[in-house]
Design a protein around this ligand. Sequence first.
Ligand code: SF4
Ligand code: SF4
Length: 494
Amino acid sequence: MRMVPQRQAVETLKRGFELGVNFVHTAPDYEGAEDLVAQAIEESGRRVMVFTQGYGNPAHFEWLFEMACLRAKKKTLDVFGIACVEDRESLNENVWGPGGMIEFLLRKKREGRLRSIFAESHGTPEYIRRLIESRVFDSILLAYNTLGFHALSYFPEPPATFENVPRNKLEIFPLARQHNVSILLMKSLGGGLACPGKAFPSRVRFSAEQNPLAAGEILRYLLEDPDVTAVVPGTASVEEAEENAKAGFAEPRINAEQEKKVESASAGMVQSLCTRCGYCDALCSRKLPVSWLFRDAYISGIGAETFETLDRLQYFHLHPDEASTCGTCDNVTCECPAGLDVKRELMHVHAAMVELKQAGKLPLTPSAIAEQQPRGPWSAKSILAEIPATWSRGASQLCRVWWENAGAVKWIPANHWTKYTGLNLVAKIGHAQQAVALRHEVEPNTRTHFSFEMTAPREPGCYSLQLFLKSVGTDIQHASDEDLEICSFPVQVE
Ligand code: SF4
Ligand code: SF4
């Protein structure tokens, strides 16, 4: 949702609700998605359960709960959860102790202000087992799909701390059934690896399938499992909302032939993709972190995920050379137990990443970010800008930027919570300009996306698209555009 224009996000949600989707997963750190969900529910007039979640110290956790009530305009929530419970514990947040999250949620249940509790977890099967056996949670949101891994998967050095997607099905599904705990599936489409997206068409597909699966086929397959209560696929356009929602319809059910198609296509994809098992990371004679290179390349090829990737794991941070290291390697020590030709595949991946870099489709590397001077009174840095160089006159053009707050002051949105002052992005081309709302608070050293559609001028020619951060309601609004500009882009209108 954070990477599509606000109206598209709301219309996508509303179409899903119209077709019967009755729950949506969101979170306070999804760049304002909670407000978009609340807006879509209000506009749709439907009854929708909002699975949102909390984290942080007890006061913050309680504040997030109360904010969820305010957004829902309800005193009692259908559901509230804990975000990545294992991360809360590893950050020493109070989950289980006196005054902690669990105690708070159980108290809200007793007070009649909360109907059910969910846990989101990317933890190991052993960890999720403990969550279920605690008898606190009514539902668990975990990763499962037909590939057995997803775009963000990695396998750290032992002891394992990250999820195991195949074992989630083998061990956790039956356990959840036994304890009457609902299973909700995230990463059900492999984070974009299992099939090409419609809202974000793949820039490069690294899997070698002849006949790509459709999202609807995969979701229908997953929903056939009696242990699965619901799937939670990322959905970013009305077309995707229709396909995904219809996968939940009782009819038509998936038949044996379609089941076989999903299984064999998934198996084929796994043979041509690095699953990030990490086995070869220690084998490379040139010390390449092989699994991490594949990981960032796959994420970049999908082009729909920027949130969970760390700067230090970017492809060209790990492999700064534009020439492929594998291409000149004369001591091939890497090997893959799954049969992947590591050298060939990495060379293929490298060529694709160079193309994406040259097309300006990759975020800046940490060293390039460090070199960039913050711009404007709010000290913004541009990490990524997807602005097409050529526009058709009079036509609507999708633009997307990803900016970092590199200053010391929090950016505040001018929304219905703050009312008085706040920031907007202003985009200007020719005589036209439009304001794009900042969707959430952006703390120093954190980032946000602006996604918007701009109408191209009617007269052909060379233009400049200028982007500013402008404050509503402070003196800085009177500053000149030159002082406020964060970046500008040459645009050819034809
Ligand atoms: S071919 Fe590439 S991955 Fe394999 S050992 Fe050589 S440099 Fe490392
Ligand atoms: S290339 Fe093979 S061995 Fe290396 S991380 Fe990927 S799946 Fe594992």
